[in-house]
Design a protein around this ligand. Sequence first.
Ligand SMILES: Cc1cc2nc3c(=O)[nH]c(=O)nc-3n(C[C@H](O)[C@H](O)[C@H](O)COP(=O)(O)O)c2cc1C
Length: 388
Amino acid sequence: MLVVVTGGIAAYKTAYLVRRLHEADALVDVVLTPSAEKFVGRVTFEGLTGRPARTSLWERPLDHIELGSEADLAVVAPATADFLSKMAAGGADTLAAATLLAAACPVLLCPAMNERMWEHPATRRNIETLREFGLEMVGPDRGDLAEGEIGIGRMSEPAGIMAVAGRMLEEATLRERRIVVTAGPTRAPIDPVRYIGNRSSGHMGQALAASAWRRGADVVLVSGPVARPHPYGVEVVEVETSDEMLEALSAALGSAHLLLMAAAVADFVSPSPSSSKIKKDGSGLELGLVSGPDLLKETRGIREERGVLTLGFALETDTPVENGRSKLESKKMDFVAINEVGDPAAGFDVPTNRVTLLDRWGGLEEFPVLSKEEVADRLLDRVEARLD
Ligand SMILES: Cc1cc2nc3c(=O)[nH]c(=O)nc-3n(C[C@H](O)[C@H](O)[C@H](O)COP(=O)(O)O)c2cc1C
């Protein structure tokens, strides 16, 4: 991977980006323009990547040809107005510009500048030209700008850039597929301030949504209240109660090919939550809980009608495989991913998961303990193979 840093204030964020790419096992070469070096020194990038960072066209004569031929992807972050104009005109007077002109790999631009620079007709024209050349772009985002102004011009955050880079690198096996994912807990209100919740963090569903988006899918993520930021690129519908989740899910399923149910939907709800706060002295308070909506049951009709391939998660304590098999049948799922309760490496609120995958064709596969991201990738590999 090649990261080209140009001379904008957002160059400090590129250090985080490079660190994250390195952590994700990418082999990162960094090229800086002479202006970029005024913002962040090459030593910072050398320390982060363990590889020489380059600035000069004249240091090693073939760098400008080799760097862009060896890379899978070049990311220009930040991309200044000046650099975009140079690229649009085919300039090659710095190592950064010459390398990109000679690059054989796809290029992702991450523009960052003051809003008036971004809106200027010259920049608009350059952007249009660069898009015509087939270059991809992420951002700029709206928000606080360096000079105390608020507007459009912020470089996208490293997480967003990573997500788009991942999508560019991944084979688009789910292109033109619409995928609905549920994630997180639901809350069953007791009164206006209290609710019954659960410990779901939303991590597993988010990892599935991110993996599906990276594979080119259009993803709708129906999410209960979670503390983790939603993944980049997906359409998010935020809900709180199981009824709201059912409503959002039913609306999204109308155009879906695949449903991945990773939310921990409340099994029990209060039938008539109090409209005013229940007083502390309400001794002997009885909630009289009843079963909440069963989302798989309620959506069975639309799933069958539209042929939506369905994967659900099940948390089991006893005879997990038998219970999983009977859920496959009774809830009309195609796949069920079983977590066992009590496994400290699996389930709620931990970054890893241990899953046994059953399918309605009789398959059974036990995955080892993996990060939730790896579990998501493996599950999608299996599900994808059955999409047609
Ligand atoms: C403090 C400071 C901050 C700057 N920030 C930006 C910026 O965010 N975006 C931009 O397009 N130019 C910015 N510039 C202007 C560029 O540094 C200038 O156009 C430079 O020639 C860019 O060179 P390069 O594109 O070869 O790296 C800034 C200049 C200064 C002095």
